[in-house]
Structure formats: structure tokens, C-alpha cells
Write a protein that binds this ligand. Structure first.
Ligand code: NOJ
Length: 567
């Protein structure tokens, strides 16, 4: 086992974590001031979303300088202090690597757009138009065509995200060399790895073929033409050989649309270029796939489907690759609102979801605030939102499309990215203890009750349960390395699985839902099972054969030889 297979990662969205200078934006010194909070929680690695100078369009994912720190976050010296603070505490730092695209204000792009003869022209992807329009019907992730006309040259450039985020041309060896150099810059400063933004979009289908429309939208997402493209593995293997192989680091690739077999190739312990990938199958379970905008829709997810998806990844990568485990991040809703019950059972369901996250095989990722059970922030006015994706949706549907604002706000309440981006609630005081100024985005209205100070003072809080789960994980090789077996794959609300390792077997019981579940006739808890952790019963207790709403239990059932398979 490597260090990153035993680690728990904590994801920080820097502008919303902690503001040290009262400008309303989180910053590096703010993060450094909170390292003991993270250390007490027990996480091993911090993944820092982008802190580089940027164009201000996509929360830092539109970089203008790969080797700098944005002034609102501080200086390189502040960053070094953060790194040292982490390392002193035995923690590690993973930086975001955003190299599918740059900002349109990056010097490379400013040079490239000077003319077709610019030496930087082929750093990006340019094409002539077709029939007076864009070169193909590809849509951008944030709405509209993925092609932007450059009036000076009459050519279009590709941007899979906002027009201000032109895609880099990975077919160019010069571009690849530039990227490898900037990676070495950070690695030589002592970082411990990279989270690689949309890394499986680097290789586009030659000729940019049209995609089948599939909906009323003129510009559909042409995923089959840019996800896992023909040269992807070549590029990533080269990156590994040229750069990563020289350092003891972890990498996690963001790879939408990847399946377990592809992920096994990417993360093969001997030949894989990456340590692990973020897959998205479980993020699709509550989408209405038949609708024009599936990503913005919400339908109840089915627990058997959740089990099927997670199970496919657990067994698909066991012994072949490595899973990352996550239920939320800065791009998706809060996990307790999405998969749990953020009303009457907020605390219980947040703990149940954490039990799932920490007892599967893979490296768990905690997104800031989830350890407090922070729910979605449902702002009532579009003026309170900041995310480009959210604002584009509202503009297209309401301002231009004439739809009822209430319908679109309902979509945003469930699926908007700003749900996860409201400031970290540190206490119930002004600015939630996040800032002494005006926060860049309004606070989640729940901060008076749901905040870190309250959680630290309450022994039954979600925070301490996370701490206990992280400790438990450390002490049980079956969690990190054991085989996974789903005991009741088709049951509507019970998620029950075994984690089996040479010397021990764990049994995890999760009651997904607000109804009491009598296990009689469903599953028998072995007589020798010892409770290790639970969100209702305390360790060592002998709880009944009935699961309470959103109850979670982890048992150890002694050695494999003694127990066999319960139930
Ligand atoms: C994925 C990032 O997580 C998201 O925040 C960003 O908008 C896109 N990639 C584009 O960089």
C-alpha cells in the first residue's frame, strides 16, 4: 500500500475557506490559520483548488499565470508558509493542475490571437468556420457553441468551457513541454501531487465531427468526441515518464465518462500514469436523462442503483487500479442535501453518508463543510449567485427564454455549484467567522446553527463522527485493502456490505431513508459481531435488529475463517 492509498484528502475551495484580511475572500493565510482544525479532524492531505492568477470567469479555473499566486490569495511566501505548516503537521499538499485550457488572458493566448502566423498560434485549437457558422456543432459545458469566432483572423478557437477558457492544443510537443515544466516548478517547491482538471478531455477527435443533436439545443455536448480521446493515454504516459515518475506524489485525474475498465488502465499499479481518477457515474443517478438539460434536473435516486454503481467500481478496480471516493465537491450540491435528508435527519444522514465514504475501498475525499453537515444554500434571488454556469443557465432560460424564474431557481437550489461554494461557517458571529468584511458570496443562511465552533463543542457532532471514522479507517486493513461484497444488492433501502481481509471482516449496515427497518428476515447480524462505530449506538453496545432512520453501523465480525458470510 502506498501513502496515498491509506490517506484521507480534504478539499479546500480557497475563496470560501477563511479570510485573513477582511476583503471578503478566503486566502492562503486564512487556510494556514486553520490547519489545526484539519489536523484534529485527522485528514492526511489537502487538495487546494486553484490559487493561481486567473481571469475571474470560472472560480480560478481560467489561469493566466501557472507559476504565480493570485493577489487576493496572498503571495508565494504565504503559500510556502502553508506548505510548511502542512508538512510540519505530517500532512501533504496537492495542487490543482488545469491544463486542458488556459484563460484567454494568458500570455500564450494573447500572443496566439495576434495572427495566424503567431509562434504561439498552435498552442490552441483553431479552425475555419463552416457555412457561415462554427466549425462543428459542439456545445460548451457552460452553454452555447464550443467555438468562438476570432474576428481578427476569421478563425474559430475551441473552448469546451467558457469562451474565456480556450482549449490548449495537446498535439503540440511545445505545449506539452510547457506543461511538464510548470508541473516541475511546483513539484520542486515540494508539493505532494496534483488533482488534474478535466484531464480526459486533452485529446479531441480528429476533424471535430458533429455530434448527434439528441435534444432541442443547437449545440449539444459532444462528449464522445473529446472524452478519453485517441491520444489521451499517450499524453498521460509521456507526462508520467517525463515528470511524475521522478517524484513520490499522488495524482487524481478528473475523468467524466470514464468506465471501470478505462480507469483500471489509467490507474494500474504498474503501468498506469495516474494514482486514481474521479469517476462520475454516481453523480448521474438523480438526473432526468430524458430532459433537455439533464445536469440541471433532479429526480429521486434509487438506492439499488447507487449500490450497483458503487459496487461496479469497487469490484471493477479491486486489485487492478485504485478508486477515489467522493460524494461532493465544489461543482456539485452538498452531499447531505443530495443523498441524505437535510431536514429532520440532517445529522444522522450526514453521518451515514460519511460511513459509506470511509468504509469503501479507495481514497476518501472530504469537501470543506461536509464534515459539519452543511446543506445546500437556497438563495431566493439570482443576484446572490456568482457561478458562471448558474448565471448562464438563468440568462438562457429566464432572460432570453422567458421561463418562470421560480422554476429555474428551483433547479439552481438543487444543482447549482454555488451550493458548495458559500463561505465555510466557522462560528455564529458576524461573517460566520469567515470574514470581517463582506463575503464575496452570501453566507449559507444556516450558519448560525451549523458551524465549526458549535460542532467542536458537541461530542455528538458530525465533525467528531468524521474524526472517529478516519481513525477507524487507520486501524482496519479491511477498510483500506479488503474485498467488497454487497449482501443485499436489490433491497430498496438497506445498503449492507462486507469488507474482507485476511485476518478480519467488517460488516457495514446503512439504512438509507427515514423509515425504521426491521432486519428480521432481511439480514442476520452474526452473534459474534462487535460494533465499531454507529451514528445511533455507541461502540461496544449490542444494538437491536432494527435500524433507525438513516442508521449506520460498522461491525467487526472477527476472522474470516470463523465467520464466513453472515445472513
Ligand atoms: C472542472 C472544475 O472542477 C470546474 O470547477 C471547472 O469549471 C471546470 N473543470 C473547467 O475547468
Amino acid at each position: 500500500m502506498t501513502w496515498w492509498q491509506r490517506s484521507v484528502v480534504y478539499q479546500i475551495y480557497p475563496r470560501s475557506f477563511m479570510d485573513s484580511d477582511g476583503d471578503g475572500m478566503g486566502d492562503l493565510r486564512g487556510i494556514t490559520a486553520k490547519l489545526d482544525y484539519l489536523h484534529t479532524l485527522g485528514v492526511d492531505v489537502v487538495w487546494l483548488c486553484p490559487v493561481y492568477p486567473h481571469g475571474g470567469v470560472d472560480g480560478g479555473y481560467d489561469i493566466t499565470d501557472y507559476r504565480g499566486i493570485a493577489p487576493e490569495y496572498g503571495t508565494l511566501a504565504d503559500w510556502q508558509e502553508l506548505l510548511a505548516g502542512l508538512h510540519t503537521r505530517g500532512m501533504k499538499l496537492v495542487m490543482d493542475l488545469v491544463v486542458n485550457h488556459t484563460s484567454d488572458r494568458h500570455p500564450w493566448f494573447l500572443e496566439a490571437r495576434k495572427g495566424v502566423g503567431s509562434p504561439h498560434r498552435d498552442y490552441y485549437l483553431w479552425e475555419p468556420g463552416r457555412d457561415g457558422g462554427p466549425p462543428s456543432n459542439w456545445g460548451s459545458h457552460f452553454g452555447g457553441s464550443a467555438w468562438q469566432l476570432d474576428p481578427a483572423t476569421g478563425e474559430y478557437y475551441l473552448h469546451l468551457f467558457a469562451p474565456e477558457q480556450p482549449d490548449l492544443n495537446w498535439a503540440s510537443p511545445t505545449v506539452r513541454r510547457e506543461v511538464y515544466d510548470l508541473m516541475r516548478f511546483w513539484l520542486d517547491l515540494g508539493i505532494d501531487g496534483f488533482r488534474m482538471d478535466t484531464i480526459n478531455m486533452l485529446s479531441k477527435a480528429p476533424g471535430y465531427p458533429d455530434t448527434a443533436p439528441g435534444s432541442d439545443y443547437a449545440y449539444p455536448l459532444a462528449e464522445e468526441h473529446f472524452l478519453n480521446g485517441p491520444e489521451l493515454l499517450t499524453y498521460l504516459r509521456e507526462m508520467h515518464a517525463e515528470v511524475l515518475s521522478a517524484y513520490d506524489v499522488m495524482t487524481v485525474g478528473e475523468t467524466p465518462g470514464v468506465n471501470p475498465d478505462q480507469a483500471a488502465v489509467l490507474t494500474d499499479p504498474q503501468t498506469g500514469p495516474l494514482s486514481m481518477v474521479f469517476q462520475f457515474d454516481h453523480m448521474a443517478l438523480d438526473k432526468d436523462t430524458g430532459s433537455a438539460r439533464p445536469r440541471w434536473t433532479t429526480v429521486p435516486y434509487s438506492v439499488p442503483e447507487l449500490k450497483a454503481v458503487l459496487g461496479r467500481w469497487q469490484t471493477g478496480l479491486h486489485g487492478r487500479g485504485w478508486n477515489s471516493l467522493y460524494l461532493s465537491n465544489h461543482d456539485v450540491p452538498r452531499m447531505v442535501s443530495r443523498y441524505g435528508d437535510d431536514g429532520a435527519y440532517r445529522v444522522a444522514s450526514a453521518k451515514l453518508l460519511a460511513t459509506l465514504l470511509f468504509t469503501l475501498q479507495g481514497t476518501p475525499y472530504v469537501y470543506q463543510g461536509d464534515e459539519l453537515g452543511v446543506p445546500n444554500a437556497k438563495f431566493t434571488s439570482i443576484d446572490d449567485y456568482r457561478d458562471v454556469d448558474t448565471l448562464n443557465l438563468y440568462r438562457e432560460e429566464v432572460t432570453e427564454g422567458g421561463r418562470d424564474p421560480a422554476d429555474i431557481l428551483a433547479m439552481i437550489h438543487n444543482k447549482g455549484r454555488d451550493n458548495a461554494r458559500t463561505p465555510m461557517p466557522w462560528n455564529a458571529g458576524p461573517g460566520a467567522g469567515f470574514t470581517t468584511g463582506t463575503p464575496w458570496i452570501p453566507l449559507n443562511p444556516t450558519y448560525a446553527d451549523i458551524n465549526a465552533e458549535a460542532a467542536l463543542a458537541d461530542p455528538d457532532s458530525v465533525y467528531w463522527y468524521y474524526r472517529d471514522l478516519i481513525r477507524l479507517r487507520r486501524g482496519h486493513p479491511a477498510i483500506v485493502d479488503g474485498r467488497y461484497d454487497d449482501l443485499r444488492p436489490t433491497h430498496d433501502t438497506l445498503y449492507a456490505y462486507l469488507r474482507t481481509h485476511a485476518q478480519e471482516q467488517l460488516l457495514v449496515l446503512l439504512n438509507f431513508g427515514g423509515a425504521v427497518l426491521d432486519l428480521d428476515g432481511v439480514l442476520e447480524i452474526p452473534a459474534n459481531a462487535e460494533l465499531l462505530i454507529g451514528n445511533y449506538a455507541a461502540p461496544g453496545e449490542v444494538p437491536s435488529g432494527t435500524l433507525q432512520p438513516w442508521e449506520a453501523r460498522v461491525y467487526v465480525t472477527r476472522t474470516v475463517e470463523e465467520t464466513g458470510t453472515p445472513g
